[in-house]
Write a protein that binds this ligand. Structure first.
Ligand code: AHR
Length: 511
């Protein structure tokens, strides 16, 4: 019989004897010779919007900055992002996309118009980062481009001409304008979004109205043979499935996938979201409960796709997700700057495991957002930079990019609060591009460790070796004074003795 109560403490003086750390019994079994869906590397995509210090200062400092840069993009941030192998970047928004006019961002920077960013802080937008600069950025990263077009306040012609400008190999006036602006070869666009949140900031439309607009706009997106991006229809959010249903039932051509947005707010209340760094174990549970709704929301939306697209041609793209907390006091609220703790790291791993589980349909996601905005990878302060706990989870999970998932069954135990319950442990198993078998495990419970019994067929493994991310406090974070409070450490274990500490993430290779 297993010892279930592992750490006990004496309370009071001889009055009561209580055990404070209860162990979860978790079991996972898999036939390692079986293959599931490919885990598309684009699941690890990022979102960079013209918002707050996300683009300006966060990644772009300009050619003349004292901050070391390449083509205007800061070297420290570029190097950090290269290390986590960012596969895809979505730009220029977000809500900003539906008021972005691409011609404002080409040609001599000194001549570019200055606009007001009406969504985010009302700041002046001088268009220093436009199409050419964005493609410089993704090329410097070695990433692909996801461009989000303007359906809300743009025209069919404007969108069609932007795509022609970017992709034409002919001697059209637009292609020659691109050449005159310094780019001879057409660019590749991996994904092109037709509007954003058309139910809200993108135009407050009904899905039926959007369908007609989508068909019209998408018809005129023309590219040279073999250059067509995946076309993304702007879908629903949170518990909604109507947008996925209507779009997948009604749009018959020119659509590769439907986007979807879901944010994790600890209080599930947009007027009182919750604090980024000051929270209790109760808040931790509420945050995990909210984030884990992704499971149900993916399942429900994918059921609509399965009904309307039984051949499985359409992808489900979670192109905005992550935590959204109350604005940090003393900062411009419209800049959406927030700190990031071990809690963000743990819920990132929970979401990755869900995306892997639904990888048959979930081919792409973008966390919101890359630098200095919402659940960022990196925070900057002038010329200084720190890596958040979330960044480290992206680094640990990069072995899953384009890996082949291995189906498994799990009894993840129960992490409970009141009458609510979540799995204590979630997992992923996959064969990486390098042929090695990797396992990822996350223990959502902040107080109790988990004993994990692994039962594998068709694989001769006795141990695992990799990395763990955890910290002493649930609120542990990296600051400009202490940048390495939360960072990965080495982890190894015999397979038959695996214990996952409370509030931890392990990614390891089977040996
Ligand atoms: O990521 C911030 C904003 O959240 C995006 O601009 C918008 O699409 C969503 O509402």
């Amino acid at each position: 019989m297993k010892l279930k109560l592992v750490a006990c403490a004496l309370f009071g003086v001889g009055l009561s004897f209580g055990c404070v750390s209860k162990q979860h019994d978790v079991s996972i079994s898999a036939d390692l010779s079986k293959e599931g869906a490919t885990i598309n590397k684009d699941i690890y995509g990022q979102f960079a919007e013209h918002l707050g210090r996300g683009i300006y200062e966060g990644i772009w400092v300009g050619h003349d900055s004292d901050i070391p840069n390449t083509k205007g993009f800061r070297n420290d941030v570029l190097n950090a992002l290269r290390d986590i192998q960012v596969p895809l970047v979505r730009w220029p928004g977000g809500c900003f996309a539906d008021e972005y006019h691409w011609r404002d961002g080409i040609g001599d920077p000194a001549e570019r118009p200055v606009k007001v960013n009406t969504h985010w802080g009302g700041v002046e937008e001088d268009n220093a980062v436009g199409t050419h600069e964005f493609f410089d950025f993704v090329e410097l990263l070695g990433a692909d481009a996801y461009i989000n077009g303007n359906l809300g306040s743009g025209t069919v012609r404007e969108m069609a001409e932007w795509v022609e400008y970017m992709t034409s190999d002919k001697n059209s006036t637009l292609a020659n304008q691109r050449r005159a602006n310094g780019r001879e070869e057409p660019w590749d666009i991996a994904y092109f979004g037709i509007g954003n949140e058309s139910w809200g900031c993108g135009g407050h439309m009904s899905p039926e109205y959007y369908v007609d607009l989508y068909n019209q706009f998408a018809t005129f997106i023309k590219t040279p043979p073999g250059k067509k991006p995946k076309l993304v229809a702007s879908g629903g959010h949170t518990e909604d499935t109507q947008w996925t249903d209507v779009l997948s039932a009604s749009i018959e051509r020119n659509m590769d996938g439907i986007s979807y947005h879901f944010y994790t707010l600890p209080n599930s209340d947009w007027s009182n979201k919750g604090h980024a760094t000051e929270f209790t174990e109760t808040d931790w549970f509420k945050t995990m409960e909210r984030t884990y709704r992704m499971d149900k929301y993916l399942k429900n939306n994918i059921a609509k796709l399965d009904a309307n697209d039984p051949e499985g041609k359409l992808g489900f793209y979670v192109d905005e997700w992550g935590t959204w907390y109350d604005p940090e006091p003393g900062r411009e609220p419209g800049f959406l700057y927030q700190q990031n703790t071990l809690r963000d790291a743990v819920l990132t791993a929970v979401n990755f495991n869900l995306f892997h589980h639904y990888a048959e349909r979930v081919h792409m996601t973008n966390i919101a957002q890359m630098v200095n905005v919402l659940q960022a990878m990196i925070l900057t302060d002038g010329g200084d930079m720190l890596l958040t706990p979330t960044y480290h989870v992206y680094g640990m999970y990069k072995v899953f990019q384009d890996a082949t998932s291995i189906p498994f069954t799990i009894n993840g135990g129960e992490y409970k609060q009141g009458d609510q319950s979540l799995p204590a442990v979630t997992a992923s198993i996959a064969k990486g591009q390098d042929g090695k078998v990797y396992i990822a495990l996350v223990n959502l419970d902040p107080a109790n460790e988990a004993e994990v019994a692994l039962d594998f067929d068709n694989g001769d493994y006795s141990s695992l070796i990799g990395q763990i991310l955890t910290a002493d406090a649930i609120t542990a974070k990296n600051t400009f004074d202490a940048k390495e409070v939360v960072k990965p450490a080495s982890f190894s274990s015999d397979l038959d003795e695996l214990v996952l500490p409370a509030k931890s993430i392990v990614v390891a290779e089977l040996k």
